[in-house]
Design a protein around this ligand. Structure first.
Ligand code: NAI
Ligand code: 13P
Length: 353
């Protein structure tokens, strides 16, 4: 008798703009691959749209009309409003929520998931740790849920991925047994995966580039040109490399040349939400929060909060002057500096000394 194939169950924890775009890929791959269960659950933070529950709309129309309108999800992706119900049988949990919600989600899932499950985090951001430092989101997931957590970061603007325009991504996974499963469920003809073992650096790149993208938005709003934006991208990259070198020593320089590094920096500094809202912030003088609510229809910015989390650590360690671009973005978002001061802050960057 033929041996029964073990089928991995997948749950996508999140259903925003990126969560829905990745659900399209994961749903198709799960239906196609013999070692995955067809049915993929997708946890949806329930909300009402024109008097109807978003989960019901998604399950009836196979479209997340709020966060990824115009794209059909495969019918085997099932929207579930109860997070424990969605996650309890999963062998692979794909975390893709705005980073500010991760701790609450983990405490809800504590003790309610399979102890043998593994996680893949697509979340770009940090959290504040006790003792004045920062925590990586994948570390929070591993610590809270006691499961391994790899990461996926890359130059992946969700709408373009949903349109199936070619791009690359990076999976950071130290566990050679888990890496093939992670790659299989993600890779398609148009979404190409490179797996590296430098997990922490991959994740840090994904988080820090959002701060740089806010800076890129500032220079767009101020009316500077492409040369200035290129300088912001380059100085941002140098601060990202330094940050990893100082706080996460042992990471590899080559990781910055993967999709999660320089490529994500470029795409986000030209096409991302952080850039767009930061440009409007400069042009209108309104608050980031107001503009986020008005311009993004429920989607969430990660850059300004990440700048705050990073500054919390830099200030505690007396290192703000070593990271003038990160520091200036934080202070401008807080209203402590004017947007016009941005260039002055990076003019005397340590890179120029
Ligand atoms: N959108 C993009 O192009 C990309 C996003 N990412 C990253 O993926 C992560 C998730 O981003 P998106 O899917 O775009 O989310 P999003 O920016 O579309 O956020 C909206 C989501 O947050 C949920 N939400 C709102 N309040 C909540 C609460 N209190 N608790 C839990 N969930 C709540 C909403 O229901 C919705 O699903 C972020 O870290 C982002 O940086 C990464 C690559 C591309
Ligand atoms: O991470 C992203 C692209 O890789 C999306 O960036 P934004 O959140 O700025 O849109």
């Amino acid at each position: 008798m033929a041996e029964k194939q073990i089928k991995n169950r997948v749950c996508i924890v999140g259903s925003g703009n990126w969560g829905s775009a990745i659900a399209k890929i994961v749903g198709k791959n799960a239906a196609r691959l013999p070692n995955f269960e067809d049915r993929v659950t997708m946890w949806v933070y329930e909300e009402m749209i024109d008097g109807k529950k978003l989960t019901e709309i998604i399950n009836e129309t196979h479209e997340n009309v709020k966060y990824l309108p115009g794209h059909k999800l495969p019918p085997n992706v099932v929207a579930v409003p109860d997070i424990v119900e969605a996650a309890k049988d999963a062998d692979l949990l794909i975390f893709v929520v705005p980073h500010q919600f991760v701790r609450t989600i983990c405490s809800t899932l504590l003790g309610k998931i399979k102890p043998t499950a593994a996680a893949l985090s697509l979340i770009k951001g940090f959290d504040i740790a006790e003792g004045g430092g920062i925590d990586l989101i994948s570390h929070i997931i591993t610590r809270c849920l006691k499961i391994p957590c790899a990461v996926l970061m890359g130059a992946n603007i969700a709408s373009e991925v949903a349109e199936e325009k070619f791009c690359e991504t990076t999976i950071g996974c130290r566990d050679v047994m888990l890496a093939p499963m992670m790659r299989d469920i993600i890779q398609t003809e148009y979404f190409r995966v490179v797996v590296v073992d430098d997990e922490d650096a991959v994740e840090i790149c994904g988080a820090l580039k959002n701060i740089v993208a806010v800076g890129a938005g500032f220079v767009d709003g101020l009316g500077f040109g492409d040369n200035t934006k290129a300088a912001v991208i380059r100085l941002g990259l140098m601060e990202m490399i330094k940050f990893v070198d100082v706080f996460y020593p042992g990471s590899k320089l080559s990781t910055f040349f993967e999709s999660c590094g320089v490529a994500d920096l470029i795409t986000t500094c030209y096409g991302g939400r952080n850039r767009r809202v930061a440009e409007a912030f400069v042009k209108t003088g309104r608050s980031i929060k107001e503009l986020e609510d008005e311009m993004l229809n429920g989607q969430k910015l990660q850059g300004p909060i990440t700048a705050e989390e990073v500054n919390h650590m830099l200030a505690n360690k007396n290192m703000e002057n070593k990271f003038p671009l990160f520091t200036a973005v934080f202070r401008i978002c807080r209203g402590e500096l004017k947007p016009g001061d941005f260039i002055d802050c990076i003019r005397s960057h340590p890179e120029h000394m």
